[in-house]
Structures are given as structure tokens and as C-alpha cells.
Write a protein that binds this ligand. Structure first.
Ligand SMILES: [Zn+2]
Ligand SMILES: [Zn+2]
Ligand SMILES: [Zn+2]
Length: 446
């Protein structure tokens, strides 16, 4: 939906106001946006605000660049993507469409729920607050995040939203690297399974833009992964290898998982690298928990897939004997792709396994079995939460991070010089980035 409150928060994705500190202010006019955008928006002061948009009928107009953006009220979203594309274009937008065809609006369960609940615990949005879902996908998690009195708004590069999300959640099509929101528009924001799809400069741009959107006192929750590993992760990989072999033998469907991962760029090399990117974006990591998926690997990646495959086989046998169902029931070939996941209405979050493709159709057919499956899924979700409880302190690649703006100029300079003094081995970053961070804080300290 497009609420009046959303219209108060939106801004031109590419235009910066002329006001700023000595470093980032500029004479009025769009030339300054075009030429100095990256430098100005990244300014240590937090950067200038973005230019407000004026509602003109069914469009939003920018007085700086002259662009007009569509309000697609029927489809439930404002189209605020930059007129000219920025950076690498993810292929995700393409296969997303296929995936989202099957996404349902049922509550998230299993690992998607574990992530959603970690977000709610660490970000702790208050009643009445509007939280921003960065890379909201179909809007499934935004719907769930809006429980308990908080509300969610979502932004995504691909506008394939669930009908219920389009009706109940403020939605924007936009590029996370050019967020179309005013400064501090959403004091709390989260991004789940998004950063791994961006290249290094892209991750930095998203963090810079997110810092602006949450404002000086805001908080940002992320779930993503660094290219690190642990002894526990080796166990998980062994389970995955087994799953892949079973997939090759046709015993389980492994192909979709492989397809989903094919779009991962994985630019974050280590946790120090991530901290350096955060520092460069004016953010710091306030809290971090790791996600060693030991129980998930066995229960969700292996157990449930075997179960699904068994169900598919049984359904195919029934289909061979039977024919099609009545007009109200979906063709059995589709219902046969029905699975434990589909029967609870699609378990994944926006990133989630494309095993949901057929679930929309099979959903109605499985309402009855769905209740039982939902109860089972909730119980398994509880089990999966043990991964965080038991292994959340064991350093590994995937992690939940709570980020906050890295303080004032002097604060950032102080942190940096303490680090430069050799006290913080934990903050070692790759040389390139550390170098850039140093240049930046030297500039900030002037
Ligand atoms: Zn500035
Ligand atoms: Zn402009
Ligand atoms: Zn503009």
C-alpha cells in the first residue's frame, strides 16, 4: 500500500539537498548530485538529506533532477527505482519472479522463522514503530514483522509482492544502493539474506544508505555471511555433500538450492572485513551472534527433503492410478509437488528455497493437512532455535549483526586512532579497506 505516512518518508533516490557540512554541502542544482553523489552521501557527518518529492496526481516529482516516479496504487507500491541503473544488476530480480510465484503469506517457519525471530529480538522494534525491510522480496517477512504492534515497510528492486503485503504493508520498488527515503525516515531497519547478493562496492553503498535511512540514533539488523568457516560448519558441509549425492541419485531435489546459491557474490571475506565496511559506512557492530546450522542441516536440509521426495513419489503413484481432481482442486501433477514445506504455506523468507514454487497452487488443496504440518513445523522451528542457543557464540561465516551509527566525528576518530595504536587486533581489515577507512577518518578528524 501507499500510506500518507510513506509519502512523508520518501525522497528522490539520486538527489541530495545542497545543505550539509563544509565537506558535503554543494551549490543548488542537479549537477552536484550527479558529480558528487558518492562523496557527499558518504560524508562522515551523515551526509545531506535527500530531496523531497512532490505528489502530482499519480506521480511523485523531483524538483532537483526533474524525474517523475509512478505511484502504482493498484499494485500497492511506489516505484522509486533510479531512472538510470546503478552498479551491477543482480540476476536475482529474474529468478526472484519464479520463486515468488509460489511464496505464500503464511507465517515463516523453520530457519526463516529463526532468522525472523532473531531480528525481532535483536532489533526490538517498539509498538507503533515502522521498521524498514531492506530487500523485502515478496513481503512475507514484512507481514510477519508487523505483528506485536510494530509495522513494517518494504523496499525491493523487484516488484513482485504478495497480494496481502501489497494491501497491508507500505511498499516501494527501489535500489538499496540508492534508497529513496529521507534521513532518519525509519529508525529501525533490517536486511535478511541480502548482502551476499551484492559485490563489495554494493555492500558498502547499501550500508551507507541504510545508515542515512535509520538516522543518528537508529539501528540496523543484518543477517548475511562472511566467507569464514568453523568445525561445526564442516559438519554442515558434510551433510550438504550427502544431500548433493542424494540429489544426483535422484533421491532428493537439490537443484533448486544450487540455483538459489548461484547468485551469491559473497563479497564479505571475514568479520574484520565486514567491520571495516561498516566503519567506512559510519556504522559499528554493536552485537553479533553466529548461525552454525547444525540442527538445521540435519532437520531441514536433509530430513525434510527426504520426506518431501517420499511424498512426491507417493503422489506420483497416486496420479498414475487416478486422473485429475474436480475443478476446484489443482491438477495432481502440481499437488504432487506439494510437500511438507508447501503444506504449511511456504516456509521460506524472501530468500528462501525455491521449493516453494508450486506451493501457491497446492496450498488450498492442503489446508487440512496444513494445520497438522504447521504444528509440526512450529515444533521443528523450536528445535532449530537451539542452533543459535547452543552454537551462537562459535565463530563462523553466517551471522546476525546489530549495527548502529558509529558515533560523532570525534568518536569515530578516537576509535580509529585507538585501533591505529595497535590495541585492536580484532579490527584488522584487508589493507585496502583499512587504508580507505584511515583516509576517511583523517578527513573526518580535520
Ligand atoms: Zn558532511
Ligand atoms: Zn539532483
Ligand atoms: Zn531527483
Amino acid at each position: 500500500m501507499i500510506s500518507p505516512a510513506l509519502l512523508e518518508r520518501v525522497a528522490c533516490p539520486v538527489c541530495l539537498e545542497s545543505a550539509g557540512c563544509a565537506e558535503c554541502s554543494a551549490p543548488a542544482g542537479h549537477d552536484a548530485c550527479r558529480e558528487g553523489y558518492a562523496r557527499r552521501v558518504r560524508c562522515a557527518c551523515g551526509g545531506p538529506d535527500k530531496v523531497r518529492l512532490e505528489v502530482r496526481g499519480e506521480t511523485l516529482a523531483c524538483s532537483c533532477c526533474g524525474a517523475s516516479y509512478a505511484l502504482r496504487r493498484d499494485e500497492g507500491y511506489a516505484d522509486l527505482g533510479p531512472v538510470r541503473p546503478v552498479g551491477e544488476v543482480t540476476q536475482y530480480a529474474d529468478h526472484e519472479f519464479q520463486e515468488r510465484l509460489g511464496t505464500t503469506d503464511a507465517e515463516p517457519v523453520l530457519s526463516a522463522r529463526v532468522k525472523a525471530d532473531m531480528m525481532r529480538r535483536m532489533l526490538a522494534p517498539g509498538a507503533g514503530e515502522v521498521v524498514l525491510d531492506l530487500g523485502c522480496g515478496a513481503g512475507k517477512l514484512a507481514l510477519y514483522a508487523g505483528r506485536d504492534g510494530a509495522r513494517a515497510a518494504g523496499v525491493d528492486v523487484a516488484p513482485f509482492f504478495l497480494a496481502r503485503a501489497a494491501a497491508a504493508v507500505d511498499l516501494v520498488r527501489g535500489d538499496l544502493r540508492r534508497l529513496p527515503f529521507r534521513k532518519g525516515a525509519f529508525p529501525r531497519a533490517y536486511s535478511l539474506d541480502v548482502l551476499e547478493h551484492l559485490d563489495g562496492p554494493g555492500v558498502l553503498e547499501v550500508l551507507v544508505e541504510a545508515r542515512r535511512a535509520v538516522g543518528p540514533g537508529g539501528r540496523l539488523f543484518v543477517y548475511t555471511h562472511a566467507m569464514e568457516s568453523s568445525a561445526l560448519a564442516r559438519f554442515q558441509r558434510a551433510v550438504n555433500r550427502l544431500a548433493r549425492r542424494l540429489g544426483q541419485a535422484g533421491l532428493i531435489d537439490y537443484e533448486r538450492e544450487a540455483l538459489r546459491k548461484s547468485d551469491h557474490v559473497n563479497a564479505i571475506r571475514s568479520h574484520e572485513h565486514f567491520e571495516a565496511l561498516c566503519a567506512e559506512a559510519g556504522l559499528e557492530v554493536a552485537e553479533r551472534r553466529y548461525y552454525n546450522v547444525v540442527i538445521k542441516a540435519v532437520v531441514e536440509d536433509l530430513g525434510l527433503r527426504l520426506y518431501e521426495q517420499a511424498r512426491r513419489k507417493r503422489a506420483r503413484r497416486t496420479e498414475a492410478k487416478g486422473g485429475r481432481g474436480g475443478p476446484e482442486s489443482p491438477p495432481r501433477s502440481i499437488a504432487s509437488a506439494n510437500s511438507f514445506r508447501a503444506s504449511v504455506g511456504g516456509l521460506g523468507g524472501p530468500e528462501s528455497p525455491p521449493s516453494l514454487i508450486a506451493s501457491a497452487n497446492s496450498f488450498r488443496a492442503s489446508v487440512k493437512t496444513g494445520r497438522l504440518a504447521l504444528a509440526a513445523a512450529r515444533a521443528l522451528t523450536w528445535l532449530l532455535k537451539l542452533d543459535v542457543v547452543l552454537f551462537g557464540g562459535v565463530r563462523t561465516g553466517p551471522f546476525f549483526g546489530l549495527l548502529r551509527p558509529g558515533g560523532s566525528l570525534t568518536e569515530r576518530a578516537r576509535i580509529h586512532s585507538a585501533r591505529a595504536g595497535g590495541s585492536g587486533g580484532a579490527h584488522r581489515g584487508p589493507p585496502g579497506l583499512t587504508e580507505r577507512a584511515r583516509i576517511h577518518s583523517a578527513r573526518a578528524g580535520r
